[in-house]
Write a protein of this length. Structure first.
Length: 179
């Protein structure tokens, strides 16, 4: 039986200690800064623009994770979480689903997206996780598409034959002033 996996979104950066396996800092074409971290079979992305800040997690449930989230959703099979959030000058659009497909490698996941440069990828394989010799090790990955201000994530669970994938687009609407 698989542990429940949650998507959560916070304003600012919650006080939550993490063990970082890999991290990267990127700046999108719209000047939004991303700090992406693989934290076990989970990920955290800190999104900043000016004074606005959001933090996204996809992680197993943890009692230490702060409760005051903008959103906290248990990701179920056959259910797509598709939402838009606004915070300060950020518009954050996310689409997450648990798919009955196991991606064996990050390249296989990237090929399913089309057009993502491998120079903008963060991934980590968990080779110390016990499994069957013919089953690939689980991995977590993030890929960035600067052209669309979008990042993609994948979390694989070979023991259950599934993957959790997400697509997040960040925009900064331009407000016009009339005189």
């Amino acid at each position: 039986m698989m542990e429940p996996i949650y998507f959560s979104l916070y304003e600012k950066i919650p006080d939550y200690p993490v063990r970082i396996f890999r991290s990267a800092r990127w700046v999108l074409d719209n000047k939004v800064a991303l700090e992406a971290s693989i934290i076990g079979k989970s990920h955290r992305v800190i999104i900043r623009h000016g004074r606005s800040c959001l933090t996204e997690f996809i992680t197993c449930f943890d009692q230490r994770l702060p409760e005051q989230a903008l959103e906290k959703v248990c990701l179920q099979s056959d259910t797509v979480h598709d939402r838009e959030y606004r915070s300060g000058d950020l518009v954050y659009r996310v689409n997450i689903e648990q798919v009955a497909r196991l991606y064996n490698t990050m390249d296989e996941f990237l090929n399913s997206l089309g057009g993502i440069s491998t120079a903008n990828v963060l991934t980590h394989k968990f080779t110390s996780v016990p499994g069957h010799p013919e089953t690939p090790p689980p991995f977590t990955g993030l890929a960035l598409n600067f052209d669309s201000n979008t990042f993609y994530t994948v979390h694989t669970y070979p023991e259950n034959g599934i993957s959790i994938t997400s697509r997040t687009t960040i925009s900064v609407p331009i407000l016009s002033a009339t005189i």
